[in-house]
Design a protein around this ligand. Structure first.
Ligand code: ASP
Length: 436
């Protein structure tokens, strides 16, 4: 018995536009003012910790106005948890226990615990993504140093200009058709690549438009580090580090699907490879907005020994954030929170550059609550729909939700959304301006 208390929290919340886009609900009584549908009970559960609840859980309905995909719905359900006086290790063992029990009870499967842990930086460098599917290898290998002095100018200039050169060996995929290569190139381009450099190892030869630029030493290094052999297919990404990882991480998944289709690779849906991805950067820099944004959310605590860099180099600070990843999908995530009002205020104002008056109006009540002696606390949330979908052997959460919305956010049975009457709009003080 873990003795968590179930507490329901409101769906009608306040707009705090720091995370995903929110659904707004107009107030009839307060003209011109809006509620936001809760994206998650995050702030409520932290306040419950201040109130002394100590161990909270809820099967919570969450609402996010994001573009829909097969694994995303505008309203979804999460298993939401928060506890006081808990650290990362406490969360890991609590949730490994929960998942172990669920997998045993539902599938009769014994999950080995503890789950492996992988720092974010390793997940990106080895798998090109922060939710790696580790059921197969085909890991990314870094060749940035090697190509710094290359006669192949495209690689050399990227490598010397602060970017990264990464490669994967899709073993046995040299029989790709022109059409399949083109399709992969389009995918790479959609992620910001200029093209998709490749080498086919076929008939004892390296076939590629770029191979003439490679020196013998470069070829030898590629062969040795990627274990190249007859029939292999090599893909490169040359771009700023994060983009190079993302491009090749996606090509790795596509290549694995093509190998599976050819019967050259077996990836079993019931090969349950759980892991914790840890040591995420607390902040990432948003080029478009020209400021730091929270990688998880702004309530995540920094790793204690990195906190000093908050003032000087926020990029260096790791967050006490963890994600549970299963077979390339993020099943849940959470963090140990900031519980000191001064530190929380500093993160909002000095690091995230949210003006003090905006901080006060959006989060003032939280900062005030923390001055009452907030206990150290942390929590996590699990996508319930996604977990059930995986247990049922489907990748689409729509298969396990009664009355799901379509990809365009419509309920085709009841026909929603719909226009409303002029009287309803008037009561809500709303004028509709239709798009041109
Ligand atoms: N509130 C977070 C989310 O919904 C999870 C957490 O930090 O507990 O993603």
């Amino acid at each position: 018995m873990q003795e968590f208390i179930e507490v329901e929290t409101p769906a009608l919340f306040k707009s705090t536009p720091e995370g995903a886009r929110e659904y707004l609900v107009p107030s009839r009584i307060h003209a011109g003012q809006f509620y936001a549908l809760s994206q998650s009970p995050q702030q409520f559960k932290q306040i419950l910790m201040v109130a002394g609840v100590e161990k909270y859980f809820q099967i919570a309905r969450c609402f996010r106005d994001e573009d829909l995909r097969s694994d995303r719905q505008m309203e979804f359900t999460q298993v939401d948890v928060e506890a006081s006086f808990i650290d990362r290790e406490g969360i890991y063992s609590l949730f490994e226990g929960m998942l172990k029990k669920v997998w045993k009870d539902v599938l009769g499967h014994d999950l080995p615990t503890p789950f492996p842990r992988m720092p974010y930086i390793d997940a990106m460098n080895r798998y090109g993504v922060d939710k790696p599917d580790v059921r197969f290898g085909m890991e990314l290998v870094d060749f940035t140093e090697l190509f710094k002095t290359s006669a192949f100018k495209v690689f050399a200039s990227t490598a010397t200009g602060g970017g990264a050169i990464k490669a994967i060996n899709a073993k046995g995929l040299a029989d790709l058709t022109q059409g399949e290569i083109k399709a992969l190139e389009e995918i790479a381009k959609s992620l910001g690549a200029k093209g998709l450099a490749f080498i086919k190892v076929e008939g004892g030869e390296w076939k590629s438009p770029i191979v003439k630029f490679f020196s013998d030493a470069e070829k030898a290094a590629l062969t040795a580090q990627l274990g190249l052999a007859e029939g292999d297919m090599l893909f490169f990404a040359a771009a700023p580090w994060e983009k190079a990882c993302a491009i090749l991480g996606r090509i790795r998944l596509e290549a694995a699907a093509l190998l599976q289709k050819r019967g050259k690779l077996t990836i079993r849906a019931d090969d349950w490879q759980f892991l914790w991805v840890v040591d995420f950067p607390l902040m990432s820099y948003d080029e478009a907005e020209n400021r730091y944004v929270a990688t998880h959310h702004p309530f995540t605590a920094p790793v204690a020994e990195d906190a000093a860099y908050l003032d000087t180099d926020p990029k260096k600070v790791r967050g006490q954030h963890y994600d549970v990843v299963l077979n390339g999908m993020e099943l849940g995530g959470g963090s140990i929170r900031i519980h000191q009002p001064a530190l929380q205020k500093k993160v909002f104002e000095d690091v995230l550059k949210i003006p003090a008056d905006v901080v006060e109006s959006r989060f003032g009540y939280m900062l005030k609550a923390f001055t009452y002696g907030a206990p150290p606390h942390g929590g996590i949330a699990f996508g319930l729909d996604r977990m059930v979908a995986l247990l049922c052997g489907t990748t689409s959460i729509r298969d396990v939700i009664a009355f799901p919305k379509t990809q365009k956010g419509q309920d085709l049975m009841a026909q929603s959304p719909t226009p409303v009457t002029a009287k309803q709009l008037k009561e809500l003080h709303i004028n509709i301006v239709m798009p041109e």
